[in-house]
Design a binder for this molecule. Structure first.
Ligand SMILES: *Cc1c(COP(=O)(O)O)cnc(C)c1O
Length: 357
């Protein structure tokens, strides 16, 4: 069998969830959208079951997958419904949903469910993507609260630049949220991972951690609170072939690497079809049998190449860590000009093996 695999440490996931909850100061939704950022939504939700106050996903398909797997905790649809017809399924499966745009609000008013809804009413505090305008927010909240078929309304907003610690836009968004929701008496939800890790004194009844649950930092620079996270995914494969090349000889597609010294080249069963970034350059960190090393040449669909010149003990069968406990994913993302969000979400084909469940 092909040796590419992603080990998922569910103990680390629980550790990171507890840290998020502690930083938020209230309850925390575990955000498991996009198949738990590539970590396996069902396995991650099961590991957090009994601990997580609730889960959050992007779309009803993801929520139904969790319900089918026996997850009974509340599940929030972060973008609400995409079509009013989904309200039937929302009722059937007892899901919470966001209302983030006027047409969704009108559809909730028109609905006549048998059991009441829990609605998270989103404010546009400055990101200008989803959310009700500040001037219209109090009226929208009042319209929802007036409905006999709405059980609870939670006020939420989302930060655009909380990963940029030297800007004041996060405090400005929080101030807009405070001002607009003051006096409405609604539970509050502001913080995503960078909000939790990088900005204190944001009072959250409900935090919404995603990335940090998986042990990944949203910040480009080292950060003392993010350093308390434990990596969840370790992506591994093995060396499947070794050859020696002379000075001046190229390696791989496009001859992106040319040997400047006699070079021992290892071929690893891992490529961009597994989700490894295609444009990770020569020099991107890896670990070979636990020893720090480097990628060389262009990443192929199913293979990549590493420099074994300074790894005399390594050979066919050597274990190569692409990211994880020893090779921080944040460093690979930086080298590949990708984000820490993007890399695990892109994972596919490599077999996932969960432990600590
Ligand atoms: C994805 C998402 C989150 C989680 O964000 P992270 O930065 O991954 O923690 C929180 N809130 C909303 C509305 C989201 O869409």
């Amino acid at each position: 069998m092909r040796p590419a695999r992603a080990l998922i440490d569910l103990d680390a996931l629980r550790h990171n969830y507890r840290l998020a909850r502690e930083l938020g100061g209230g309850k925390a939704l575990a955000v498991v959208k996009a198949d738990a950022y590539g970590h396996g939504a069902v396995a991650c939700a099961r590991a957090l079951q009994g601990e997580a106050d609730a889960f959050a996903v992007a779309a009803i398909e993801e929520a139904l997958e969790l319900r089918a797997a026996g997850i009974r905790a509340p599940i929030l649809l972060l973008e609400g419904f995409f079509d009013a017809a989904e309200l039937t399924l929302i009722e059937q499966h007892d899901l919470w949903f966001a209302v983030a745009t006027p047409w969704q609000l009108a559809a909730v008013e028109a609905a006549r469910p048998a059991a009441p809804y829990t609605v998270w009413l989103k404010l546009d505090s400055g990101m200008h993507r989803l959310g009700i305008e500040p001037a219209d927010y109090a009226a929208a909240a009042a319209r929802l609260q007036a409905l006999p078929h709405v059980r609870e309304v939670v006020a939420m907003t989302h930060f655009a630049r909380a990963d940029e610690l030297d800007r004041d836009t996060t405090r400005a968004q929080a101030a807009v949220f405070d001002e607009v929701t003051a006096g409405l008496g609604l539970p509050r939800s502001l913080s995503n991972s960078p909000g939790l890790l990088g900005w204190d004194n944001l009072r959250n009844d409900w935090a919404r951690p995603g990335l940090m649950l998986y042990g990944l930092s949203p910040f480009p620079q080292p950060h003392p609170v993010a350093a308390r996270l434990r990596p969840v995914m370790t992506l591994l494969s093995r060396v499947i072939s070794v050859r020696d090349i002379a000075i001046g000889e190229p390696v791989g597609y496009g001859a992106h690497f040319v040997a400047a010294r006699p070079t021992r080249v290892g071929v690893v069963a891992m490529g961009y079809a597994d989700g490894y970034p295609q444009f990770a350059p020569s020099g991107t960190p890896v670990a070979i049998d636990g020893v720090p090393g480097e990628l060389i040449g262009r990443v192929s669909m199913d293979m990549l190449t590493v420099d074994l010149t300074d790894h005399p003990a390594a050979g066919v069968g050597s274990v190569v860590e692409l990211w994880g406990a020893q090779v921080p994913l944040n460093g690979v993302a930086a080298a590949a000009r990708a984000s820490a969000y993007q890399l695990p979400c892109a994972l596919k084909r490599a077999a996932r093996e969960h432990s600590g469940g």
